[in-house]
Design a protein around this ligand. Structure first.
Ligand code: C5P
Length: 230
């Protein structure tokens, strides 16, 4: 039997608030590819732990949840995602900064990362995958056809996160958010396993002062130049 051709993957990595979630979703919709929101998987592990009443430092029990939790990603019909955990909708709860902090804590544990590896790779299905995260280009999809590392100034990232939370009707405080984002960046980029850093072959895009549409255009042109889409 002939081996099936590899599924093309575009990775979009970067720090919190760099806009990679929105850009990835727009890009996936535009080219008709699947989307992997890998940050949501880490958030789901942390949330599952809270719901199961686990001690926050219980690595083995969180790892077991990373393997067994039942997650479902759907389109919400309004341009966003709807995420379910063990059948219950958790989309809004998952977006809180508290869930992000919990995710960043469990994401520093190698067994949790290993447990999520195959789950993430399984998202690569024809016609292609846009993978959004921190280590998509460095660890999960090192053979990706196109790697983007999206960044923006710390001020702009905090402000974007603030607006995003406000739009979703959540409470937000800009000064506290800036502090939390800086803390999360620090933890994500200094951890021993899969730290946040651009892959050597990634194209770095600084989105400070750019609109989502402008960033999507940059990625679309890069993909077109590589023959990934028309
Ligand atoms: O992207 P998002 O803010 O949802 O990610 C939440 C946290 O999950 C990050 O701060 C990071 O610690 C972790 N994460 C990761 N590797 C990924 C995606 C997210 O470590 N590929």
């Amino acid at each position: 039997m002939a081996a099936s051709p590899p599924v093309p993957v575009v990775t979009i990595d970067g720090p919190s608030g760099s806009g990679k979630g929105t850009v990835s979703r727009e890009l996936a919709r535009h080219v008709g590819w699947h989307l992997l929101d890998s940050g949501a998987l880490y958030r789901l592990v942390a949330l599952s732990g809270v719901r199961a009443g686990l001690r926050p430092d219980d690595v083995a029990a969180h790892t077991a949840l990373a393997r067994t939790m039942a997650v479902q990603f759907d389109d919400d019909g309004r341009g966003g995602e709807r995420i379910r955990l063990d059948g219950a909708e958790v989309t809004r709860e998952l977006r809180s900064e508290a869930a992000g902090q919990g995710a960043s804590r469990v994401a520093a544990w190698p067994p949790v990362r290993a447990a999520l590896l195959e789950r993430q790779r399984a998202f690569a299905e024809p016609p292609g995958l846009v993978a959004d995260g921190r280590d998509m280009g460095t660890v999960v999809f090192p053979e990706a056809a196109l790697k983007i590392y999206l960044t923006a100034s710390a001020e702009e990232r905090a402000l974007r996160r603030y607006k995003q939370l406000k739009e979703k009707g959540s409470d937000a405080n800009l000064a506290a958010l800036s502090r939390e984002i800086a803390e999360r960046d620090q933890r994500d980029s200094t951890r021993a396993v899969a730290p946040l850093r651009p892959a050597p072959d990634a194209r770095i895009v600084d989105s400070t002062g750019m609109s989502v549409a402008e960033v999507v255009d940059v990625v679309l042109s890069a993909g077109r130049a590589q023959g990934l889409w028309g």
